[in-house]
Design a protein around this ligand. Structure first.
Ligand SMILES: Cc1cc2nc3c(=O)[nH]c(=O)nc-3n(C[C@H](O)[C@H](O)[C@H](O)COP(=O)(O)O)c2cc1C
Length: 239
C-alpha cells in the first residue's frame, strides 16, 4: 500500500464511519458499489441521477479494478476526486481504507460499519470475478468483505431487518454464456433470492453490442433502470 494511495483514500472517505452515529439522520442510506467491468463508467451517471433526492446519503465502494475505470482518463470517466463532489455522496471507499489506521481494540471495522450503515447495497456492475467470489463466500477485499458480512438473517442491532443486496452482473458475452455463470446465478436467483425470503435481487444483463465488440447478453442493465430500482427499493420521492 503506497503512501499516495493512502492519502488519496483518506481524502475521499472522510472521517472513520460510525454507523450508530448516523442511524437517526433521517436519510436513506445507499451503499453503491462497482467491480471491474467497463460498466463502472455508469456510476457517476447513477449518482448524478439520484442527486434530486435530498433525503439520500450515498457511500461508494470500489474494487481496485473498478477504480481503474474512474481515473479521469475521459469525459465519461471522471476522477474519484471529481466524483467525490457529486451531491449526496458522503464517502468513497477503496480497499486501503480498511487499513487506514492500525487497528486496535475499540476501533470500528469498516466493512462491518458499511453493512450496518446501509439500507440497501447495490453492486452495479458485478463483474464475473466478484460474482464468483460472492457465491463462494470469498472476502479478500472491502466489497467482498461487506457482502460476506451481510446480515442474511436480519438480526443485528442497528436497523434490525433483512436488507437486500441488488446486483447487476456485467461481463463479456462469452463469460456470461459460460456454464459456471449459470451455476452461480442459480444460487443468486434461487436460495439467496428475495423471492425465496433471501437477500439478493438480480438485475439480469441485457443483450447489446458490448464495449469489447461482441454482441449478445452480458451488458449491464441500463443505468436509468437501475436508478428506478434504487428509488423504488429505498422508497425515494423527488425533492
Ligand atoms: C478494460 C477491461 C474491461 C473489463 N471488463 C470486464 C467486464 O465488463 N466484466 C467483467 O466481469 N470483467 C471485466 N474485466 C476483467 C475484470 O476487471 C477482472 O476480472 C478483475 O479481476 C475484476 O476484479 P474485481 O471483481 O475485483 O473488480 C475487464 C478488464 C479490463 C482490463
Amino acid at each position: 500500500m503506497s503512501s499516495t494511495s493512502l492519502s488519496r483514500s483518506n481524502a475521499l472517505s472522510g472521517p472513520p464511519l460510525n454507523a450508530a452515529a448516523l442511524r437517526d439522520d433521517k436519510k436513506a442510506h445507499l451503499l453503491l458499489a462497482a467491480s471491474g467491468s467497463v460498466a463502472t463508467i455508469k456510476i457517476p451517471l447513477i449518482i448524478e441521477a439520484l442527486s434530486k433526492h435530498r433525503n439520500l446519503s450515498i457511500r461508494l465502494v470500489l474494487t481496485s479494478s473498478a477504480a481503474a475505470f474512474l481515473a479521469g482518463q475521459s469525459a465519461e470517466q471522471p476522477s474519484l476526486e471529481a466524483i467525490a463532489s457529486l451531491p449526496n455522496l458522503d464517502g468513497i471507499y477503496l480497499d486501503e481504507d480498511e487499513w487506514k489506521e492500525p487497528w486496535v481494540r475499540g476501533n470500528n471495522i469498516l466493512h462491518i460499519e458499511l453493512r450496518r450503515w446501509a439500507d440497501l447495497l447495490v453492486v452495479a456492475p458485478l463483474s464475473a470475478n466478484s460474482l464468483a467470489k460472492m457465491v463462494n463466500g470469498l472476502c479478500d477485499n472491502l466489497l467482498l468483505s461487506t457482502i460476506r458480512a451481510w446480515d442474511t438473517t436480519g438480526t443485528t442491532i442497528l436497523r434490525p431487518r433483512k436488507k437486500t443486496i441488488v446486483v447487476a452482473p456485467a461481463m463479456n458475452t462469452a463469460m456470461w454464456n459460460h456454464p459456471i455463470t449459470t451455476k452461480q446465478m442459480a444460487l443468486l436467483e434461487g436460495d439467496w433470492n428475495v423471492r425465496n425470503n433471501g437477500w439478493v435481487e438480480v438485475l439480469r444483463p441485457i443483450e447489446k453490442r458490448i464495449a469489447c465488440g461482441d454482441t449478445g447478453s452480458g451488458g449491464m442493465k441500463e443505468w436509468k433502470e437501475i436508478v428506478v430500482v434504487i428509488e423504488e427499493r429505498l422508497e425515494l420521492r423527488s425533492g
